[in-house]
Design a protein around this ligand. Structure first.
Ligand code: IPD
Ligand code: CA
Ligand code: CA
Ligand code: CA
Length: 272
């Protein structure tokens, strides 16, 4: 049995059960509420899915800390300690609310703050992306890799996202969007950071960046991209930490430096 096999099986089961809930409800309107602002949405499905996932993990691993997006800070255990699970029960809530079929469940486990296991499940395409540190990345059980045939930005299909909380959007302007748009092959914003990272891992996209994400948005995708041979960092090229504001770049590895140079992150530029 591989290391973390039991944890992986529980994570996959939890992701698929939550995914079924999403699939059942996406075209049937559910109650939508706002959180920090008008564009920060939550539905009954986000909450039900998270309750199911956290319940299953706690039953199997009662000693582990569990951090979920919808727990509003009422986390169990000690996040960042020995073992912490990071749960995004529905990544792409805005897409879900509008009936745009692109969203996912994201579940990660970290040891001492380092993500070591990731599951990203797309219930609408029945695609389950999995990775365990040291054991490669897979899509529905078959190995996947980042696309190593692309080595320059002008060949790259990039993807980014816009913070759900409108108050975090000024932080986006600390990168040079114009330069990236002028130099890349093309740029997308698909609305699910987790699935975008899974697409970097599987070679469908070449590079991704976004500011002001949260640990549950990226923890699973970090393991997937690294295990698929790609590179993950913050926007200055330093190791990415699971802190309050996660500013991430993730690529096939070959375009990483060029993307960071082009983004030209300005830590101290004023937040207009
Ligand atoms: C959001 C998605 C989106 C990203 C936002 C996130 P949520 O997560 O990942 O792609 O641009 O910044 O907040 O709220 O749908 O789980
Ligand atoms: Ca959200
Ligand atoms: Ca999310
Ligand atoms: Ca979410």
């Amino acid at each position: 049995m591989n290391r973390l096999q039991a944890e992986l099986e529980v994570a996959v089961r939890a992701a698929r059960e939550a995914g079924q809930l999403i699939k059942d409800k996406i075209y049937r309107h559910s109650i939508t509420e706002t959180k920090s602002c008008l564009s920060d949405l939550v539905t009954e499905v986000d909450r039900q899915a998270e309750a199911g996932i956290t319940g299953l993990i706690r039953r199997h691993f009662p000693g582990h800390a569990v951090v979920g997006e919808e727990q509003q800070g009422n986390y169990t255990g000690e996040p960042g300690g020995n073992i912490t699970w990071y749960i995004d029960p529905l990544d792409g809530t805005t897409n879900f609310v509008f009936g745009l079929p692109f969203c996912a469940v994201s579940i990660a486990m970290a040891e001492h703050g380092i993500p070591v296991l990731g599951v990203i499940h797309d219930p609408l395409r029945e695609e389950t992306f999995t990775a365990v540190r040291g054991d490669g990345a897979r899509l529905n059980g078959s190995p996947i890799n980042t696309d190593k045939s692309i080595a320059t930005l002008d060949q790259s299909l990039l993807v980014t996202g816009y913070p759900g909380n409108i108050n975090n959007r000024p932080r986006m302007h600390r990168v040079n969007y114009k330069e990236v748009i002028d130099r890349c092959n093309n740029l997308r914003a698909l609305g699910s950071a987790a699935l975008e990272l899974a697409y970097i891992a599987s070679g469908r996209l070449t590079g991704f960046w976004e500011v002001s994400l949260k640990p549950w948005d990226v923890a699973a995708g970090m393991v997937l991209v690294k295990e698929a041979g790609g590179e993950v960092s913050n926007l200055t090229g330093q190791p990415l930490l699971l802190t309050e504001n996660v500013d991430i770049a993730a690529t096939n590895g070959l375009i990483h430096r060029e993307l960071l140079e082009c983004l030209a992150w300005r830590e101290d530029s004023p937040l207009e």
